[in-house]
Design a protein around this ligand. Sequence first.
Ligand code: ZN
Length: 121
Amino acid sequence: MFDATDNFSSRYFLNSIAIEKEVPFFHAAVSNYQGQVLAVLPGRPCLKCVFPEAKELSREVGAVPSFVQETSSVQVNEFIKYLTEDDFEPSLITLDFKENVLERSGVSKRKDCPQCQKKSD
Ligand SMILES: [Zn+2]
């Protein structure tokens, strides 16, 4: 499942469906000069683990088409790596379009995540 929405309430809804149905969910978002991508895999940290609070987009700059395109390319790259690499590790990827820098950081499951707890009940 791919996130192509523009708000966190829809993203949290997709996240809950992905957890419930145990299907991979590839989140992507763009806000101002920043993009982010996160692969949510069954049993791994979910969107709500990484972003417990809704991080609504700023409308200051809007969605610059090239930023959206680059972010969605990284989103699809993560999906391809998930399909082709046995040791694929989900991480949070942030894209800084002002500095043209891409960073990858590890993610971990939150013990008090309401979405993950719902699944384990
Ligand atoms: Zn979670």
